[in-house]
Design a protein around this ligand. Sequence first.
Ligand SMILES: Cc1cc2nc3c(=O)[nH]c(=O)nc-3n(C[C@H](O)[C@H](O)[C@H](O)COP(=O)(O)OP(=O)(O)OC[C@H]3O[C@@H](n4cnc5c(N)ncnc54)[C@H](O)[C@@H]3O)c2cc1C
Length: 508
Amino acid sequence: MDRNYDIVIIGSGLGGLVCGAILSKEGKKVCVVEKNDQIGGNLQTFRREGITFDTGVHYVGGLEKGRNLYQIFNYLGIMDRLELVKMDEQGFDVVLFKDDETEYPYGMGYENFSRIMCEKFPNDREAILTYCQELKRICDNFPLYNLKAGEQYNDTSVFSTSAKEFIEQLTPNKKLQNVLAGTNLLYAGIAHKTPLYVHALIINSYIESSHKIANGGDQIAKLIARVIKEHGGDILRKQEATKIQVEEGKARYVELKDGDKIYADTFISNIPPAQTLKLTDTAMIRPVYRNRIKELENSISVFAIYAVLKPGTYPYHNRNYYYHNKEDVWKNMDYTDETWPPTYAMFECVPHKQKQFAEAIIVMNYMRYSEVEMWADTFNTTLNENSRGENYEAFKKRKAEKLLDTVAIKFPNIRECIQSYYTSTPLSYRDYIGSEDGNMYGVIKDFNEPLKNRISPRTKVPNLLLTGQNVNLHGVLGVTVSAVITCMMMLGKDYLVNKILKANEETI
Ligand SMILES: Cc1cc2nc3c(=O)[nH]c(=O)nc-3n(C[C@H](O)[C@H](O)[C@H](O)COP(=O)(O)OP(=O)(O)OC[C@H]3O[C@@H](n4cnc5c(N)ncnc54)[C@H](O)[C@@H]3O)c2cc1C
C-alpha cells in the first residue's frame, strides 16, 4: 500500500521521535518507520521477573526546571507527564578505585560539586574552582546548548583541545585528574582523541541536574510518540526501511521490507549515517563523501549485566558508581582478556516496592565488537528470535562472572543479593539499533581532526536530512539538541528556538 506524507522519518530513536514531534506540532503530516517492535532505539526497555530494565538510558542531565533539556521537553509537552527521580545531591555519581578506600562523589550543582571535591582534595581548591569555571565557560560558548537564538560560537578552540590534557594542566595531582575524568565511560573517553567540549557538555549537564526516569527510559519515547499521534502523525512499527529512492534530484519515497512505498516531501534519517547511505545508490551523493562516512571510526561497544535482586538485601543509594581497577582512567579501553573488566558503571534501578532497597541493578562495561565477531552471522531480537548457540551463552556467562567478581571488590555481598541475571553484548546493540558493530555512542569525536568527524544534518540530496547521535552529540540531551538542529534546517533557526523559549515563558 503506498502512502503520502509531508515528512518520513526512518528510525524511532530519540532523534527521530523529537524531529517527528517538532514537525507535527508545526502542522506537518509525519510518518515514523521503525524496524523493531518497540520504539525508542536506545530508549528501549525490557522486562524480566517484573522488573523493567533500561538498555541505553540510565540517568539524564538537564531536566531540572529551566534547564536546557527541560525547556525542550516542556515545549514538546511531555515534561509534566515524565516521572522523574532526582538523584542524590550529595553525590549522584561516585568514582571508586580498586586500591583506594575513599569514595569520590560528584555533588549536584556547582556549589555541592566544588565543596565535596575540595573536602576530598583540600590542597587543590584552586584547580577545582578553575575546572568548574571552565566547564561553565565552555558550555556558555554553545548557543543551542543554552537555547540562544541568532548567536555563533565565540571560541572554536574547544573542538581541538584534548579533554585529558585540559584536566592535566589544572593540577599535577594524579588522583584528582582521574577523579575528574572518572565518569568518562559516559562518552567512552579516549586519551588521544576525546575533545574537551564533549567532556564539558556532558559532565556539566549532569552536575547541573541528574534524574532517573522512574519507570524506564521508554517513558520518554512513549510520551513523545503520543505527541506525534495527537498531531495526526503515524508511527509504523515492525517496518524496516530498505531503500530511499532518489529521482530527479530529490528523494521520492522510502521503500519498506514488504515492498510498500511511503512518499513524502522531506525525509529524515535517524539511523547511523553509514546505514543511511547504504539505502540509496544515488549519484548525487559522491563516492568521496560515502567513503568518508564509511571510514569514520565508531565508539566502542558494551557488555551489560541486568540483575534482579533478592528483596530487602541491597540498599538503594540513588547514586551511580564508576569503578576503576587502575588509577589511569584513560587506559580502560586498552584491556586484554586477562585484564578485563578494567572498569564498570553500576546503575541502581528506581525501586517501586520498598524505597530503601534496590530491586535491580545494571552493570555495564566496555566490550570490543571483535570479541563477539565469531557470532556475527547470528541475529536475535524479540521480533526475530534465534539462538546464537551454546558457546555464545558460555562466553556471556564467563564474562558476567568475571564482571561480578570485580563488582564484589567494592560490594562484597553482591552475589548474595542477586536472585538472577541477564546479559547483553555488542551483538544485542547491533541487532536492536541497526549499527554494524553495536557501538555505544556513534562516531568518535577527535580533537586532532575536529572537522573530519563532524556530520552535517544536510546531505547532497536537498530533501534528505540526518539526525540522531552521530549528528552533534550522543545522550538524551545531545540527541535532543541534534533533533532541534535538524528541524531548524527546515523551519529556520530563530523561529524554532523562539518557539521553544516562548512555550517556556507561557508555562512559568
Ligand atoms: C549502553 C548505553 C548506555 C547509555 N546511557 C545513557 C544515559 O545514561 N544517559 C543518556 O543521556 N544517554 C545514554 N546513552 C546514549 C543514548 O541512549 C543515545 O545517544 C540515544 O538514545 C541515541 O538516539 P538516536 O536518536 O541516535 O537513535 P538510536 O537509539 O540509535 O535509534 C535508532 C533507531 O533506528 C531504528 N532503525 C535502524 N535501522 C532502521 C531501518 N532500516 N528502518 C527502520 N528503523 C531502523 C532502530 O531500530 C532504532 O530504533 C547510552 C547509550 C548506550 C548504548
